[in-house]
Ligand binder design. Sequence first.
Ligand SMILES: Nc1ncnc2c1ncn2[C@@H]1O[C@H](COP(=O)(O)OP(=O)(O)OP(=O)(O)O)[C@@H](O)[C@H]1O
Ligand SMILES: [Mg+2]
Length: 414
Amino acid sequence: MTKILAIDDEKIYLNLIIHALSEQDYQIETASSGSEGIQKARDFTPDLIITDVMMPKMSGYEVTRLLRKEEAFAHTPILMLTAQVDMKAKLEAFESGADDYLTKPFAPEELAARIIALLRRAERTKPIRSESAIEEKSRLIAVHSLRGGTGCSSLAVNLSLGMYSLWQKPTILLDLAMTAGQVALMLNAPLKRTWADLARFGAEDIDLEAINSVINQHESGLSFIPAPTLPSEATPLEKETLNTALKMLRHEFSYIIADLPHDFNPMTLSTLDEADLILLLVAPEMASIRAAAAAVDTYTKLGYPPEKINLVLNAVVPRSGLSKEKIESALALSITVTIPYIADKFVHAINYGQPLVSRYPEDMVTGLLEDFAFHLSQNEHKKSKPSAPSQTWQRVYRRHKARKKRQINHFPSW
Ligand SMILES: Nc1ncnc2c1ncn2[C@@H]1O[C@H](COP(=O)(O)OP(=O)(O)OP(=O)(O)O)[C@@H](O)[C@H]1O
Ligand SMILES: [Mg+2]
């Protein structure tokens, strides 16, 4: 029987919850304070938790944050009951790790419907198990730039979704921008557990269970590990721990896409070393070109072969006066793909928490990103038509045929 724990300091609301859920076959436990709630959660191991926000001593945000620190509650759906409806309350609910929130007073039917939806979603997005290990090789793609605001996170998020919808193979997005993680926000996903929850592990004692506890599932089926949004919580992982984690993830995922911070810190270096491909982003402005030149110089010193590096020109400004050719000659590298300036759509996508490729499937830039995802895919996948081609694959193929007819070749490997 499904077990539900309700935490609220007001008895009347606890009764209302019991009443609202009486039609369903749930076993319900109640607690009248945050600390009692946490204790009951440990004893009762509920399938779902409802918590009020405004409680004396310990708020619902605090309860949620503390529960998320425990591996056992990494994925338990949590619904918050809040009196406020403003943006701040909504953000705080998601940042503490709640899956959903409902404003008080609520209709009993509304509560029941939300609970059913949350339980269904939890069932659909169960974390990976070790027996799901993939047999094939995996490909790790790192998205990097030494200058902020060049579109690393936007590219990483859209590429991951594109890759997953193209092949429907296990795909994971890693947000390694530890002090300024944006991925969860871009995916409109609550911040449950993050890389910081793995920081206490050494390379020898990290295991699949620990890694699973920080893997979140987006509704599309894409997996992701978020970075903490508060710099104060951004405890870095030991280089060796991250290395071990990346190797373990390679057994579970066909594609791993890492959104890196704009530096060469030890976590960034580990990921760049381990990556099969690096997408170096450059914007059409002098500071970004200089940063890209410094990155290329460092990659060379690190001994990365030139074919590991893909230069991506992202027009984050409308008219810059710097042509693709000028940038290519300044960096002595050719540009693999140019993403045009499309400010409104990228910003809408962030504000609605629905990335470009999902929000605007027919857009020209979505097409470009899907084609790019294909270009970066493993030869094993690219070489023949999948037995059940996804819609994304069919779109990519149609565009490829049209280009071939007109003898245009965007991506060298086609
Ligand atoms: N092609 C584009 N056209 C217009 N705006 C863009 C484009 N690509 C990205 N942007 C915008 O530029 C801003 C920065 O993008 P994003 O957050 O992806 O970059 P970042 O390199 O990850 O930045 P940060 O330094 O915050 O990590 C966002 O507001 C995004 O919407
Ligand atoms: Mg970013």
